[in-house]
Design a protein around this ligand. Structure first.
Ligand code: 6GU
Length: 250
C-alpha cells in the first residue's frame, strides 16, 4: 500500500518510522511518504492560509495550495490505479464521520491513501467537493468527539490502524481475531500472565485449569460483562444472532 500524508508539520509524522509501521515500511509492505504542504506554495512567504470568508475566528487553508498538492499526489506517474483498489482521499476533521475498525478494514483494501492534514479552522470546503466531483473517493474522518489542533494525530491513528491489517504486517495474524472491536462486536476479555500471584492479587483459577471449553466460556462472559459496563452502546448494537444461548443477560 502507498500512503501520502500532506501537512505543514512533517516532523509530526516522525513516529511512522517506529515500531510496527516502521517495520512494515522496511519490509516493503507499506510505502509512506510525508510531504510539506508549503512545497506547493508559490509566494515568498509560503502562505497556506487566509482569513475566513464571512468573518469569524482563526484562519482557513487555501484551496489553491491544496489543489496543487493533491493534483500531483492523487495521480502520480506509476502509482497504483483503480485496478488495485484505487485511491482514497482522507481529510481528518472533527466534523467528519467517525473512524472505526470497520473504516480501517475498508481502507486496508485500497492500494493508495492520501491524507490531507488541515490546521487552523480547516481546509476550504471546495477542496473535498472538487475531488468528489472529479470522481475521487473522498472521506472526511474524525477520530472521536474531542477537538485536536490539526489532522496530524488523526493521520497517525489511521495509518497505524490500517497498516496492522495489511497482509504480512502482524507477526501473529491471530491477534486480529479476538481483539476489541473485532468480529464479536464485544470488548476484549481481561488477560493475565505469570506470576500467578502478584502483590496479593491472584489470576483467575480457571485460566490454570487447562480446560479449554471452560476458559472460552469464562472469557466470553468477561467480554460481555465488560462491554455491558463500559460500552453499553456496543452491546445494544449486537443482533440476536451474535449472542449464544449461554450468554448471560447482562
Ligand atoms: Cl480528524 N481533527 C481534529 N482537528 N480534531 C479532531 C479530529 C480530527 N478527530 C477528532 N478531533
Amino acid at each position: 500500500m502507498r500512503v501520502d500524508v500532506v501537512t505543514i508539520f512533517p516532523d509530526y509524522l516522525a513516529p511512522l518510522e517506529l515500531s510496527l509501521v516502521g517495520k512494515a515500511r522496511e519490509a516493503g509492505l507499506l510505502d509512506v511518504r510525508v510531504h510539506d504542504l508549503r512545497d506547493w506554495t508559490s509566494d515568498r512567504h509560503r502562505t497556506v492560509d487566509d482569513t475566513p470568508l464571512g468573518g469569524g475566528a482563526g484562519m482557513v487553508m487555501r484551496p489553491d495550495v491544496w489543489g496543487a498538492a493533491l493534483d500531483e499526489l492523487l495521480a502520480p506517474a506509476g502509482a497504483p490505479g483503480p485496478a488495485d483498489g484505487g485511491v482514497e482521499l482522507l481529510v481528518p476533521t472533527p466534523s467528519g464521520e467517525v473512524f472505526t475498525q470497520r473504516t480501517a478494514e475498508r481502507l486496508a483494501e485500497r492500494a493508495h491513501l492520501v491524507l490531507a492534514c488541515g490546521r487552523y479552522e480547516g481546509i476550504d470546503a471546495r477542496v473535498a467537493e472538487h475531488y468528489r466531483d472529479r470522481g475521487v473517493a473522498v472521506t472526511e474522518i474524525s477520530i472521536g468527539d474531542y477537538v485536536l489542533n490539526g489532522g496530524e494525530v488523526a493521520a497517525l491513528v489511521v495509518v497505524e490502524a490500517v497498516a496492522r491489517l495489511l497482509p504480512g504486517v502482524l507477526g501473529n495474524p491471530e491477534s486480529l481475531t479476538e481483539e476489541s472491536h473485532g468480529a464479536s462486536g464485544l470488548l476484549e476479555y481481561p488477560v493475565y500472565t505469570r506470576p500467578v500471584e502478584w502483590r496479593g492479587l491472584v489470576a483467575p483459577e480457571v485460566l490454570l485449569s487447562g480446560h479449554h471449553a471452560r476458559i472460552a466460556r469464562w472469557r466470553r462472559d468477561q467480554a460481555l460483562e465488560r462491554t455491558a459496563v463500559r460500552r453499553p452502546d456496543l452491546l445494544a448494537a449486537l443482533g440476536p444472532e451474535s449472542l449464544d444461548r449461554h450468554d448471560r443477560a447482562v
